[in-house]
Design a protein around this ligand. Structure first.
Ligand code: NAD
Length: 340
């Protein structure tokens, strides 16, 4: 049983905690918070021991009837692996603590590649992650790009990728960032950081990305164009997507042409928190004129990296030596079958 603690129980941390708790080979030994907000109540209701970064804030938790198990340092002593899901940049500061206590840590995409020295996507480089003390699960956009680029690269060879990211303005509960009434170039310069980030996982890929932010909270959409080394057919690309357990196909049948309809669809499927752990590749958009491939895909920013975190825990602890087995275990424990 791998003992896992989650440092930073927010958007990503609370999802990773639930995904870890669902696995047969893992146990949540603690989660940490900085303030007694609604998520602290959820942690308590799930039975996760609650630790706090700053013990001087314990009276605030006591006041709301939230028992505190101890400090983050004490939480680290209970765990084999820490999933650091604190806001971007905080993980880098926490690293010294993990080094001091000799604990294994999984960082998130808000940290620079150098913080862990190794960037991870389950079906791209699991074997290289085996036994590492520090692993960084790349961001939601990068994970979504890596999954499909790696799949197409293995089948046809990818010569180059050009992609535009239409990103959600903020996560649904982040009211301080809205309302926004603009399409923001983020950044106005080319490339955006997403292309170089893909190269931290797939260094062989020639990729340039551009990015905007739009006033929506659920999902990013990518417009992707790839030049291939061999001719592709639309039918085979669809077969490749169907064969991948974390590439979802948004079929023509349900007539979904927006993230809003896609969200409704995954809610109706009964997914917890309406989470879409897979890429949502729009079947109708898949076009393969010769040695070229174009498509749109939706990426649920709060969800796609959750399953990769679970696999990263197994790779770091070397409890499962191959990617396919871990991916299958993770998906099955979540009763997750990609949309088709
Ligand atoms: P969040 O703000 O929703 O949650 C962060 C949590 O960490 C909060 O509960 C906060 O109270 C807590 N925290 C802050 N400082 C802390 C400290 N010093 N010690 C312990 N806990 C602390 O952030 P998030 O969206 O979950 O992002 C976490 C990481 O995941 C970031 O690196 C981010 O870039 C990455 N990520 C986020 C998304 C997304 O869309 N939200 C997607 C992929 C990756």
């Amino acid at each position: 049983m791998i003992k896992v603690a989650i440092n930073g129980y927010g958007t990503i941390g609370k999802r990773v905690a639930d995904a870890v708790a669902a696995q047969k080979d893992m146990r949540v030994v603690g989660v940490s918070k900085t303030s007694p907000n609604a998520e602290a109540y959820i942690a308590q209701s799930r039975g996760f021991p609650l630790y706090i970064a700053d013990l001087s804030k314990k009276p605030a938790f006591d006041k709301f009837g939230l028992p505190v198990a101890g400090s983050v340092q004490e939480m680290l002593k209970e765990a084999d692996v820490i999933v650091d899901a604190t806001p971007g940049g905080v993980g880098e500061k926490n690293k010294a603590l993990y080094e001091k206590q000799g604990v294994t840590a999984i960082f998130q995409g808000g940290e620079e590649h150098e913080v862990a020295g190794f960037s991870f996507c389950s079906d791209c480089n699991y074997s290289e992650a085996l036994g590492r003390q520090f692993i960084r699960v790349v961001s939601c956009n990068t994970t979504g790009l890596c999954r499909i680029i790696n799949t197409i690269d293995k089948a046809y060879g990818v010569q180059k990728v050009r992609a535009t990211m239409v990103r959600r303005g903020a996560d649904p509960a982040v009211i301080k960032k809205g309302p926004i009434d603009a399409i923001v170039l983020d950044p106005a310069t080319v490339p955006s950081h997403h292309g170089p980030d893909v190269q931290t996982v797939l260094p062989r890929i020639d990729i340039v990305t551009m990015a905007t932010i739009v006033p929506t909270t659920f999902m990013h959409v990518h417009a992707v164009q790839m030049d291939l080394r061999k001719e592709a057919t639309r039918e085979r690309v669809i077969d490749l997507i169907r064969a991948h357990s974390r590439l979802g196909l948004v079929r023509k049948g349900p007539a979904i042409k927006s993230t809003a309809e896609l969200k409704e669809f995954v809610m109706d499927l009964g997914r917890p928190r309406a989470d879409m752990w897979e890429n949502g590749i729009f079947e109708e958009s898949i076009t393969a004129p010769g040695k070229e491939l174009l498509f749109f895909q939706a990426i649920h920013q709060e969800a796609v990296v959750v399953v990769e975190n679970v696999d990263a825990i197994r790779a770091a602890t070397e409890t499962i030596k191959n990617a396919a087995t871990s991916i299958q275990m993770t998906n099955e424990a979540l009763h997750f079958t990609a949309i088709r």
